[in-house]
Design a protein around this ligand. Structure first.
Ligand code: ADP
Ligand code: MG
Length: 499
C-alpha cells in the first residue's frame, strides 16, 4: 500500500467518525487496507462475520467516505481473513502483486477482475426462493440488520450477524445468568446439552444478542456446519412462498437438513395455523436427528397465545430460560461495554447517571450510547454530564431570543464542511444538497424568515423548493434516528451561541 493510499484510508476513518458516527466501531481501526486498485479500496477484516457485517450494513457510508476523501469514484471492497485479493482484469496477465506477504495471492482464482471480491468457498447468489427482504439483508446496502426480517444463514451463503452480538460483548448479570449459561452450553455442545434451548423475556433484554452469539461461536468452531438463523417471520415467508410456488419439497429440505436451526421471535408462529403444523414436523425431524434447535420468544411457551399444545410441550423439552431486566451494576457494565465497542471514553459518573434513568430496556441504554457518540462527533469534545443530560431527555430551558441566519449557517457549514457559496450554488450533489436542506429547515424552524426570503438567500430558489427541503428534513428525522440526533444537536448548538 502506497503512502497516498494509506492517507485515503486514514482520511476515511476520520470522515466516518464525523459523518457516520452511528456506524463507527472501535474495531474499524483493525481493518487492514491492502491496496487501491481497479477503482476499489480493498480492506481486510479479521473475521468473516465482520466482513459480512461490513458488506451488509456499512457499504454505503464507506463508499461515501472513499469518494469524498479521494475525490474520485472509489468504491470499497471488504475481504475476510482468508479471501484472496482479486486481480483486476487489466492486470490479469501481468498479475501485479498487490497483496500483503503473509497472504496467498490465489493466482488460480477462477474469476479475475470480478467487481466483487471472490470468496474462498464462493458466495453463491442467494437462492431465488429466498424473499426479497432476505436477499437484501444478505447483500444489500442496508444500514442495520432488522431481526424481524428473515436472514437465512447456510454454509454456502453469507452469514449476516452483528459482530457486536458475541459472547465476548455480553454482560452477565442476575437477570440473564441462566440464559447466558444455557447459550454457552448449547454453542459448545450443539444438539447434546439442551435441546431445544428456549429463551424468553421482554423486549430489548438480549435474546437476539444471545442467539447471534451462538451463531458466531458455532461458525468459529465448525465453519462447515449448516446453521439456519432466521426470524419467525422469515420462516413464515419462506413457507408461504413455498406453498405458492409448489416447492414444499425444497422448503422441507432447506429447514430439515441443517445442523442447527435458530428462530428468533417464535411467538409470531401463534398467528399462523398452517405454519405451526409445518414447524411441528420440522422440529420433530431435527430433534430426532439430534440437531440443535434454539428459539426465542417474548413469552414463555405456555403463555404464547394460540400456540398448539404439542408445540408448547416440545418447546419445554430442553432448557427454558427467562431474561429479566438488568440490575444497576449490570446496566453500568453494559453502558461501558457498548461505549468501548464504539471507542468512546465514558466517565463513571455519566454511566451511573444514565443507568439510574434507563432501567428496563437495554436497547435504550445502547441508544443512549449511540446518541452520545453522535454528540461527540458533532461537538468534538469528550463526553460530559451536559451531554448525558441532553441524551436522557432533560434538556436545559431554551433561550427566547432568535438566532441569526449567520449563526445557523456557520454551525451547519462547519459541521458538514461545506462553504456557503456551495449552498447558494446550483449544485445538487448529496454532499451539498443535504446541508442546504438542513440549513433551510433550521432557519425556518428557528427564525421568522419567510419561505421566499429563505429561498432568495439560497441562490434565488423558489419558495416551493424551500418547502420541499423542509418536508425532506422532517420525514428523514422520523425515519432516521441518527439524522434526527444530528439536526437536534445542530439546533442545540445554535441555541447555545444565541445570546
Ligand atoms: P431482544 O432480542 O431481547 O429484544 P436484543 O438482543 O436485540 O434484545 O438486545 C437489545 C440491545 O441490548 C442489543 O444492542 C444488545 O446487544 C444489548 N444487550 C442486551 N443484553 C445485553 C447484555 N447482557 N450485555 C450487553 N449487551 C446487551
Ligand atoms: Mg430480538
Amino acid at each position: 500500500m502506497t503512502d497516498p493510499d494509506r492517507q485515503i484510508w486514514d482520511g476515511m476513518l476520520g470522515y466516518l467518525r464525523r459523518h457516520a458516527a452511528g456506524v463507527c466501531r472501535q474495531w474499524f481501526e483493525e481493518l487492514a487496507p491492502i491496496s487501491v486498485d481497479g477503482g476499489a479500496l480493498l480492506l481486510r477484516a479479521h473475521s468473516n462475520v465482520h466482513r459480512d457485517y461490513l458488506r451488509n450494513s456499512c457499504s454505503e457510508p464507506f463508499n461515501d467516505a472513499a469518494r469524498t476523501v479521494s475525490g474520485r469514484l472509489l468504491a470499497v471492497r471488504f475481504l475476510g481473513p482468508d479471501d484472496p485479493v482479486p486481480v483486476p482484469q487489466r492486470d490479469a496477465g501481468r498479475a501485479r502483486s498487490i497483496v500483503e506477504p503473509k497472504l496467498s495471492t490465489h493466482a488460480d482464482d477462477p474469476s479475475p477482475g470480478q467487481p466483487s471480491v471472490p470468496e474462498v468457498r464462493g458466495v453463491h447468489s442467494p437462492s431465488p426462493r429466498i424473499s426479497a427482504a432476505a436477499r437484501e439483508s444478505m447483500g444489500g446496502g442496508r444500514t442495520q440488520m432488522d431481526p424481524h426480517e428473515s436472514t437465512i444463514v447456510r454454509n454456502e451463503e453469507t452469514l449476516v450477524i452483528n459482530p457486536d452480538y458475541s459472547f465476548e460483548h455480553f454482560v452477565v448479570g442476575s437477570g440473564n445468568r441462566l440464559a447466558h449459561a444455557g447459550a454457552v452450553a448449547v454453542a459448545g455442545n450443539p444438539g447434546r446439552s439442551y435441546n431445544p434451548f428456549f429463551i424468553h423475556g421482554g423486549v430489548g433484554l438480549g435474546k437476539t444478542h444471545l442467539l447471534q452469539a451462538i451463531c458466531i461461536q458455532l461458525k468459529e468452531q465448525s465453519p462447515n456446519a449448516v446453521i439456519c438463523y432466521l426470524s419467525c417471520e422469515g420462516f413464515l415467508t419462506h413457507f408461504i412462498e413455498a406453498v405458492g410456488s409448489n416447492e414444499m419439497e425444497q422448503f422441507r429440505h432447506r429447514f430439515r437438513e441443517v445442523d442447527c436451526l435458530i428462530v428468533d421471535d417464535i411467538h409470531f408462529l401463534a398467528k399462523a395455523d398452517r405454519t405451526q403444523e409445518e414447524f411441528f414436523h420440522t422440529f420433530n425431524s431435527l430433534y430426532s436427528a439430534s440437531k440443535q434447535i434454539v428459539l426465542s420468544s417474548d413469552e414463555a411457551p405456555e403463555e404464547i397465545p394460540n400456540l398448539e399444545e404439542r408445540l408448547v410441550s416440545r418447546f419445554k423439552w430442553g432448557l427454558v430460560a427467562k431474561v429479566e431486566a438488568p440490575d444497576f451494576e449490570t446496566r453500568v457494565a453494559i453502558l461501558k461495554n457498548k461505549a468501548r465497542l464504539r471507542g468512546l471514553a465514558l466517565p463513571d459518573e455519566v454511566a451511573a447517571f444514565i443507568a439510574t434513568r434507563i432501567h428496563k430496556n437495554i436497547r435504550e441504554l445502547e441508544g443512549a450510547i449511540g446518541k452520545l457518540q453522535l454528540l461527540v462527533a458533532v461537538d468534538s469534545r469528550p463526553i460530559d454530564m451536559d451531554m448525558a443530560t441532553q441524551v436522557v431527555g432533560e434538556t436545559p430551558p431554551k433561550p427566547t431570543s432568535e438566532p441569526t441566519i449567520q449563526s445557523i449557517i456557520t454551525t451547519v457549514t462547519d459541521f458538514y464542511r461545506v462553504r456557503l457559496v456551495d449552498l447558494q450554488s446550483e449544485r445538487r450533489q448529496r454532499s451539498v444538497a443535504q446541508p442546504r436542506q438542513v440549513c433551510m429547515f433550521l432557519i425556518r424552524h428557528m427564525t421568522r424568515h419567510s419561505l421566499e426570503e429563505i429561498g432568495g438567500y439560497f441562490g434565488n430558489r423558489d419558495h416551493t423548493t424551500v418547502m420541499h427541503a423542509i418536508k425532506m428534513v422532517e420525514s428523514r428525522r422520523i425515519q432516521e434516528p441518527d439524522f434526527d440526533i444530528v439536526v437536534q444537536s445542530l439546533e442545540d448548538r445554535i441555541r447555545a451561541v444565541t445570546p
